[in-house]
Design a protein around this ligand. Structure first.
Ligand SMILES: C[S@@+](CC[C@H](N)C(=O)[O-])C[C@H]1O[C@@H](n2cnc3c(N)ncnc32)[C@H](O)[C@@H]1O
Length: 227
């Protein structure tokens, strides 16, 4: 099973238990939003890479109702849920089916955001995507990636996974859904946070930082230089 097959298959239940699967939901998604430097009445142009059912994009739209959102994902099934989520949205949302490792990101975007998607790409594809994101941002634009990362130390990685599983159980996630979630981690290609921050700096991003981390859930960002 590859990532597309995994998410096509999971789409119908995907939204049901997000808070249980992501025990740090409020801090994790909340920081992704807090890093976006827009006033409430602004209408920024945002691209959501690996948008899935539109969970992150929906949170963006709630905080910035005039935002002009484009959602990119290679799972038609996940995007079908996103279409339902945004049916009747005040501002039309563009939905694009495409593979983030090859799709033309177009732009220029005020922000490119992504949640829990880029860790499905190989490391060279992640780095190449970061370079394409930089090129697609307007000068001064921001990239925010809320994603799963690998610990530098295997012992820490094991502890993080154990703590995550315990937190999902404590949150009442049904065992079948927990096992399905763990099965989906088999298509993960986690990379250490430090390596990814290094790629962003090497590529030319500025203000590179990790603003939030709980276990293997990290929110990191960088900006395209103004000039
Ligand atoms: C865990 S879901 C996250 C969805 C959403 N961003 C959220 O926060 O709920 C991961 C999404 O990334 C998408 N994805 C994974 N690899 C991708 C790729 N190479 N191109 C486009 N989408 C991809 C999957 O189809 C899935 O919808």
């Amino acid at each position: 099973m590859d990532a597309k097959q995994a998410f096509d298959a999971a789409a119908s239940e995907y939204d049901a238990f997000r808070r249980q699967v992501i025990p740090c939901f409020d801090g994790f998604y909340g920081m992704a939003l807090d890093l976006l430097p827009f006033a409430p009445d602004e209408a920024p142009r945002l691209l959501d890479v690996g948008a899935g059912t539109g969970l992150l994009a929906g949170l963006v739209a709630r905080r910035w109702p005039a935002a002009r959102l484009t959602l990119l994902d290679f799972s038609e099934e996940m995007l079908a849920r996103a279409r339902q989520r945004f049916a009747g949205a005040a501002v039309p949302v563009e939905i694009r089916v495409g593979d983030s490792s090859t799709a033309d990101l177009e732009g220029p975007w005020d922000a490119v955001v992504s949640a829990l998607s880029i860790h499905h790409l190989s490391d060279p594809a992640k780095r190449a995507l970061y370079g394409r994101v930089l090129a697609a941002l307007r000068p001064g634009g921001i990239f925010v990636n809320a994603d799963n990362v690998e610990a530098e130390d295997p012992a820490v990685q094991g502890r993080d996974r154990g703590a995550w599983i315990a937190a999902m159980r404590a949150a009442g996630l049904p065992e079948a859904d927990l096992q399905a979630g763990l099965l989906r981690t088999e298509v993960d290609v986690l990379a250490p946070l430090g390596r990814q921050l290094g790629w962003l700096r090497e590529l030319g991003f500025v203000e590179v930082d990790c603003a939030y981390k709980w276990r293997h859930f990290a929110v990191f960002s960088g900006r395209r230089p103004v000039q």
